[in-house]
Design a protein around this ligand. Structure first.
Ligand code: NAG
Ligand code: NAG
Length: 441
């Protein structure tokens, strides 16, 4: 009897547990339908051109359940991922999504608390200089270390733009058209290491003065910045203290601009090791560059129209001696003089640089050809002006005069060519007619 009671009791407990399990399942299914409803709403809103609601931010990741095998569950990050983007715990990428700047509002720290890499390229953000930072409300992405904003038609930035990412180390802003910027726009990025601004500035919009305010860092700002890429920006000149306030810069990339001089103020860029000046407009260079940049050990001056003339002799000698400090040597060529055109600065013979002009065989040859040509034309011009009697012309251009001796009744007595001795007497005689009209007088 007691045994029976115990057994019944156990059965009851098991039933109860099963019942609870079932209600839990029903609840979960409800939630599932709720979120599905949310998605439907979003789609409707999207069609009306509104941005999806942010209210559905879920902070707790849902544990996967074996009881719903057909539907794979989304992680929190996938669930909050903006349309057109790919997301996981640490990465958000929206490539060629053609989104405007409101996209940033959908990448909130509360939805992506562990975000460390943000790649937003191929969008149209235009002006992102707003006061509240990219993500609004001063919301901070604590772990964000790499932001790629290349190729987004960005036109304006400010120091406020980047206030929400205190630990950013890599910032890519290449291929934009920035024409407006506050002073020192990157000053708030205390951990910034690498800054990529290749083809980022709107041509002709950013002046030398404007550019020098880009790196106007105060106190301990930008102390970790070690690499700045400003290549392909049509920069024509740089003020010599542009980079003085970013003392830790070891790499400066200024290739594919239009610089013809690079001067550095005293005690600037002391830590610079690598300098790219390739593809600019330098016609001459001075080895004193290495005096003002004591740590420089990788200089690229390739693809410049270098004139290997007398004032370059010292630099060329230096370059050949210290060639381990130069990059792309086979593309570092003399543009002039003609005798050295196309030769590598590192292989020209020192004795052929700065040769006095008079002993230059090429210029002598040139003069010879010039005088010859002038003489020929003078001859051709006057040749036709000097009247020469036909008989004195070189060669005989006419056939010998042929005459006919006409007898009585118009009978031709003889018809033959005249010998030179006969010519005069023939011309005088009215009885003769000439077949060749040029000889008729
Ligand atoms: C997130 O995605 C990126 C590339 O899309 C990948 O490299 C990374 O390992 C992923 N991280 C996690 C935690 O899955
Ligand atoms: C940044 O985006 C550009 C354009 O999509 C791409 O070419 C580049 O490789 C990206 N760099 C990084 C580090 O993600």
């Amino acid at each position: 009897m007691r045994l029976l009671l115990v057994a019944l009791f156990l059965l009851g407990v098991v039933r109860l547990a099963e019942g609870k399990g079932r209600t839990a399942e029903i609840k979960d299914q409800d939630e599932e339908e709720d979120s599905y409803g949310d998605e439907l709403m979003d789609k409707k809103e999207e069609r009306r051109g509104k941005t999806p609601r942010l209210s559905r931010v879920r902070t707790e990741p849902r544990a996967p359940r074996a009881s719903v095998p057909t539907k794979t569950l989304k992680s929190q990050e996938e669930f909050n991922c903006p349309i057109g983007c790919n997301c996981n715990k640490t990465h958000v990428a929206c490539v060629n999504a053609d989104a405007d700047a409101s996209l940033f509002q959908q990448i909130q720290p509360i939805a992506f608390p562990a975000l460390d890499t943000l790649v937003l390229t191929g969008n149209r953000f235009a002006d992102i200089s707003g006061k509240e930072g990219l993500f609004g409300n001063k919301n901070q992405h604590e772990y964000l270390s790499l932001v790629n904003l290349s190729d987004n038609r960005i036109s304006a930035i400010s120091q406020q733009t980047f206030i929400n990412m205190p630990h950013l180390e890599w910032l890519y802003l290449s291929n934009n058209r920035i024409s407006t910027s506050s002073k020192n726009p990157f000053g708030g990025l205390a951990k910034l290491k690498k800054l990529y601004l290749s083809n980022a500035l709107r041509k002709q919009a950013i002046s030398e003065e404007h550019l020098s305010t880009f790196f106007d860092a105060r106190g301990n700002q930008l102390v970790h910045l070690e690499s700045i890429d400003l290549s392909a920006n049509n920069i024509k000149s740089l003020s010599k203290d542009t980079f003085c306030k970013v003392s830790g810069v070891a790499e400066l990339l200024l290739g594919k601009n239009q610089l013809s001089a690079f001067d550095v103020a005293k005690n600037c860029l002391n830590g610079l090791r690598r300098l790219d000046l390739s593809g600019n407009s330098f016609t001459s260079l001075s080895s004193s560059l290495f005096d003002s940049l004591p740590n420089l050990n990788a200089l690229d001056v390739s693809d410049n129209p270098i004139e290997c003339e007398c004032e370059m002799k010292e630099f060329i000698a230096f370059a050949q001696k210290e060639n381990a400090r130069f990059l792309n040597q086979d593309r570092t060529l003399c543009a002039s003089p003609a005798a050295l055109h196309g030769q590598s600065l590192f292989r020209v013979k020192m004795e052929s640089v700065c040769v006095p002009k008079s002993s230059n065989i090429f210029s002598n040859l040139f003069l010879l050809v010039l005088f010859g040509t002038v003489g020929f034309f003078v001859y051709r011009f006057y040749r036709h002006r000097i009247p020469t009697p036909a008989v004195f012309q070189f060669g005989r251009s006419h056939p010998p005069p042929v005459y006919r001796e006409i007898g009585e009744g118009g009978r031709i007595i003889q018809s033959r060519g005249a010998s030179p001795e006969e010519e005069d007497s023939i011309f005088e005689n009215p009885l003769y007619t000439f077949e060749n009209p040029a000889w008729a007088r």
